[in-house]
Design a protein around this ligand. Sequence first.
Ligand code: I22
Ligand code: G3H
Length: 935
Amino acid sequence: MNPLKELEKFGQAPWLDNLGRGLVRSGDLARLVQEEGIKGVTSNPAIFEKSMGHTNEYDDEIRSLLDAGKAEIGLIFNSLAITDIKAACDVLRPVYDATKKADGFVSMECNPYLALDTEATLVEARHLWKEIGRENAMIKVPATHEGIPAIQTLLSEGININVTLLFSQEMYKKVALAYIAGLEGLPKDYDLSTVSSVASFFVSRIDAKIDALLAKKAAEATGDEKARIEALAGKTAIANAKLAYVAYEEIFSGPRWEALAKRGARPQRLLWASTGVKSKAYPDTLYVDTLIGDNTVNTMPPATVEAFRDHGKPAADTIKADVEGAHAVLAALPGLGIDLDAITTKLVEEGVELFAVAADNLFGAIAGKCDEITGKKLRISWSLAGNEEAVTAAQKAWTKAGNIRKVWAKDTTIWARADEDKWLGWLDAPTKAKGHQASLEAFQAKVKAGSWSDVVLLGMGGSSLGAEVLREVLVPGTKFHILDSTDPDEVQTLDKNIAIATTLFIVASKSGSTLEPNLFKDYYFDRVAQAVGKNKAASHFVAITDPGSSLEKDATAEGFSAIFPGEKSIGGRYSVLSNFGLVAAAAMGVNIDAFIKEALAAEAACGPLSPPPTNPGAQIGIALGTLALRGRDKLTVLASKGLSSFGAWLEQLVAESTGKLGKGIIPFDGEPVGSASAYGEDRVFVVLKLKGEEAHDNLVGALKPLGHPVIEVEVDGPYQLARLFYIFEIATAVAGSFLGINPFDQPDVEAAKVKARALMEAGGAKDSEKPVFARNGISVYADPANAKALAGAETLEDCLAAHFKRVGAGDYIALVAFIERNAAHTADFDAMRAALRDKTGAAVGLGFGPRFLHSTGQGYKGGPASGVFLQVTCKHVHDVAVPGRGYTFGAVIDAQAAGDLAVLTERGRRAIRVHLDTVDEGLKTLARAVEAALK
Ligand SMILES: O=C(CO)[C@@H](O)[C@H](O)[C@H](O)[C@H](O)COP(=O)(O)O
Ligand SMILES: O=C[C@H](O)COP(=O)(O)O
């Protein structure tokens, strides 16, 4: 007779420790059940890793899940695994029926990441039980200290439990008692025969550990002692199992148990797991032959099933043989310095870890499959220039610590343990956007029907930069304008470019209280009222603002045509995939459905179960964080034409998120490209590329051999912009963890705002101090500390030379200009940036005020003290009054410049101001002077 089938006679059920789609589909499992006497199936993360990660058997289901928009890795895994478990349950159902619910079970393990979390295990186990929906399923919960209470609770809810990762007698007893207590917790009239449980006692792993120690001891011993030690090899695991069986017989007898048995309860069977031999020195059926006993299970890997069927030795109660000898084996260990308790404790820890690693690999493999099936639309390539090891080690550490899951669990311990958990609403912003896609599309239709000649978005920083990128990348040339400057020239330029009577205005401000958008609103409301009449003006206005903000109140009172809510748990710079970007996108004619789909794909790719090696956001963040700690903290953005606007948004995200407490990654966007040798040792390059476009390829090619780290991200088309937004949000949050800061506050933006407000209240900024230099309509101002550095300077060139002479290794330069942001001015500054970079070797940033105050301004003031600043202000020849405020835009921008400089100098930063009486001409003179100063 087939030895496998014979086991039944001796009360043991052979189960198969394997599951996969092919096994079920091919009919092999049914054959094993019908012909070979297999009575159950166990699965675990390592088993699923083999079947899902290394076959194509799941491709069809993955494809249809992806088509249905279900791209999250955990969701895909659960769906694939549950399909298999259900199918296997159906194959085993005849066994379940024939044995009157005593056998025929299929086990699915709870997510191993939850092994040390009672509450999460409960949620997961209940969910799996419900989803599988089969009476002959078992949910596997590990026998950790946290697992035991969950096991008892789940059993008391009538859920079948396979208790896994059991190694010690002590834990086994706790598990058996938890089973009894669980059954006792069920209602008095509950049919206890419907609840089943097995206690999976692991075998071969114990021998693997102990034998190694014995071998060491034997090597040190001689003669009889050596022989005695050698004779112990391959004995501990079996001895341990024998004693567990003794405990089993004790626990499942006596009055407490009998009371339950009378109500139909079945004893919790001991299941021998890990029964494939690990050492070739042992017979391959060792852990079956020796562990046969009444009411037991042995779950065997396929090779052991085959071996036992071929030459197994079924016999009655081998488990009960020589219990004395088993005691003697275990008693001999302490004398050899082997602490079995310590080893079994370690084995549980390792078991949890091993399954977590298997899950990492499994989820990574699923992520890889998804990319393979959909065709990877976002590709990352690296050249880490000597930092590979550090980055890989960091990636491993992040995987091991489960830090991506911690990000999603809003666990503040990975940042600065501040209030980071309150600012993570952006993590599932794409999912939420999908939920209100219809309202966005309705708004889009309304805007279209309105036949507006122009749409203008009024806002700052996080409320406007995303919209700017959306316009430039997705609908370039559209008459969608953005105003984010208080410079009177810039306001007037916009005025000239729009038809005021037929323009729709979107006032965007999360807080609703930011000065600039409120001034813009007052100004344009007045202008529209003049053009179309006071009572019609409000119909030309829409607001995007957080619920309860002052802007919401004003917009409601004034009767704006629509008010879109922001979300309080999403800070401005993380808000582009919420209404702040999406309402703007709708207004400018972006295909909302296509955009949200791409965002959802990124959310899925960066999800909690997407481990760092396959999680694009985590990968970039870990690299940026590691590199920053190694001195590569000047993030230089190089982009292809179609993505050239992305850098401005990225600058805000990175600088405002990381630049604080004297630390930070300082971003540089739009710096004119130079020769590879012009870049310092403190750079890290992020290259953004739209497929088919070139992104400074020659420079990038030359940077790598010079040892500069380069991270290249290529996307297939413009709509993958949504992925870039999301991935860099994750990357920034992850990089922030490396710096140990809170990536969601912006303490130093406020400092400059306070100063500017105080100046306005005091009647505006005034040049009370004597300039250090003044000639031909250009004057240079400096506070006493900075003036010292300019001492003796007689010309503008002298001042600049003395100022920039202070730039040292690792420093950066920032040109901050409170003048109109336009192409001509940018070109003049670009010339200065290139010259300064080439001469000093420092990274050179450019920011137009007040726009940059809501962006890089945070990093400049709060980040490392390595900045050297040149502020440029100008005289306002044609100033513009802000209605109802009693002051002009010119006065505001002057106060903002003065406020910013005051904070910089207060903090001891190297900063001077150059004031231009005539901006266009003055700027050209300044550019020439910079050039001359560097000679
Ligand atoms: O379901 C169970 C135990 O309940 C099994 O799948 C159990 O996890 C496996 O037997 C073991 O993980 C296999 O262990 P090993 O052979 O890798 O040491
Ligand atoms: O980045 C955010 C800006 O400081 C603007 O803030 P706000 O949206 O509250 O107006």
